[in-house]
Design a protein around this ligand. Structure first.
Ligand code: GLC
Length: 431
């Protein structure tokens, strides 16, 4: 299995960056790159570093990092660079075409993880020195441009920014919209069973939000004013807070940089306070998303609801409540940990993308989060479940949480030979 994981990562490497999955996703994706680099760090430090440096090379002048970097043209994916038109933004990167949206900011904790895994700390410290200010600038971008009310919580303006693309979380927002019917040819459904992918009508919503952002040349202030989708996402903000912590640790290691450390600490203090007062739902005993456009909490539980454990956000009491919710809704002998959406909800769909299946990156985040809070048994369970699933069916993109679905010839769902499933497997077995 280990050799297979390495072979997948090496096959998905494109001389400077990795594709998440050969046909389905033929470019570089932001948070995929972070997880992939952590996998590389276990056996090929050069690739780990290069993966992140290539991503940072696509950073915009204002610190923004795009969610897809289109390194080359490919007709196996829609929407491509000609639809996204990131060049409409005056500060966009001139070297690489990209999207005008971002993804969960994992780069900060990725570079720290690479350093921790490294056996040559001196060389890795040089890598940190080369990259850390760019990551800091990215965080500055978020707090200066994505937090219109100065709460310490940044918004996402598109469901693709969340990384959890078609989660039921977004259904109530899409109900407020009435996008035009687009005529276009999807490519994902020619690689993967359409039952496991979003519907055509869902895609109309996704494209329409992009068109609105484009009509404002991707100007953040205008997007904050006009985008029908504007959400404070606990997963996204937890990744940012975790990455702030990581940057503090790394700047302390380098020495100097006092004012940056102070800034990072003050962002985190404010963010964590708002996070716990605004995004924690006492009835559900879980963190929930906040729909900033329609001024209402989205009272649904998903795997994102537990991700703040990874960033040290919940108090001990909140953590205990989160575990209660996780076990009562997502646990039990018949289920692998952890479904991406509340299995007790009528919106749960065990085969469809982010509407229910298990994703290895979320499991990985929760494994470390549970460990940090001292829930060792549950952490082990989530790790062993992940490894068992991958052992049974291979390195797919997402997986059924119902144990009864696993027969001798079962497969996973979505793309096969999926990079982050392979990369995070390498990290999990090394722990
Ligand atoms: C899908 C996932 C997203 C991921 C991308 C590339 O869009 O929802 O999280 O980054 O694929 O793997």
């Amino acid at each position: 299995m280990k050799n297979k994981a390495i072979a997948i990562l090496d096959a998905n490497w494109r001389n400077g960056y990795s594709v998440p999955s050969k046909n389905l996703y033929p470019y570089q994706w932001l948070w995929d790159s972070g997880f992939i680099a952590i996998g590389f760090a276990h056996y090929d430090m050069d690739k780990a570093e290069k993966e992140i440096e290539t991503l940072l090379d696509a950073q915009w002048e204002n610190g923004f990092i795009p969610h897809i970097v289109f390194h080359q043209l490919s007709d196996s994916y829609f929407p491509g660079p000609n639809f996204h038109r990131a060049d409409l933004h005056p500060l966009s990167n001139k070297k690489y075409p990209s999207t005008g949206m971002t993804q969960p900011p994992v780069t900060g904790f990725t570079i720290e993880k690479i350093y921790q895994i490294s056996k040559d700390k001196k060389a890795s410290l040089n890598f940190i020195k080369r990259t850390i200010d760019k990551v800091f600038k990215n965080h500055e971008y978020f707090y200066n441009n994505r937090d219109p009310r100065n709460e310490g919580l940044v918004y996402i303006y598109h469901n693709w920014e969340s990384g959890t693309d078609n989660s039921p979380l977004w259904d109530s927002i899409f109900e407020t919209m009435n996008p035009p019917v687009y005529t276009f040819e999807r490519r994902d459904t020619s690689h993967v069973n359409p039952e496991e992918r979003p519907t055509q009508r869902e895609y109309d919503h996704y494209l329409h939000i992009i068109d609105i952002a484009k009509s404002h040349n991707y100007d953040d202030a205008k997007i904050a004013e006009h985008s029908p989708f504007l959400v404070q996402d606990p997963l996204f903000n937890a990744m940012l807070i975790k990455s702030n912590h990581a940057l503090i640790n790394m700047y302390e290691l380098i020495g100097g940089n006092e004012s940056k450390i102070e800034q990072l600490k003050s962002w985190n203090a404010k963010s964590i306070a708002s996070f716990n007062s605004k995004l924690y739902n006492k009835e559900l005993k879980a963190y929930v998303h906040y729909d900033l456009r329609n001024e209402r909490p989205i009272k649904l539980v998903s795997s994102s609801s537990f991700s703040p454990l990874y960033a040290g956000i919940p108090t001990k009491e909140q953590a205990a409540e989160l575990i209660e919710t996780m076990q009562s809704k997502f646990g039990g002998d018949s289920m692998y940990l952890l479904a991406s959406f509340d299995p007790t909800s009528e919106k749960f769909n065990p085969k469809k993308y982010w509407r229910g299946p298990v994703w290895i990156n979320l499991n990985w985040i929760l494994y470390y989060g549970l460990q940090d809070y001292g829930y060792k048994d549950l952490a082990q369970q989530i790790k062993f479940d992940s490894i068992e699933i991958l052992d049974k069916v291979g390195f797919y993109e997402y997986f059924d949480a119902r144990k009864s679905e696993y027969k001798a010839d079962s497969k996973g769902y979505g793309g096969s030979d999926f990079s982050w499933s392979a990369a995070l497997y390498l990290d999990l077995i090394n722990n």
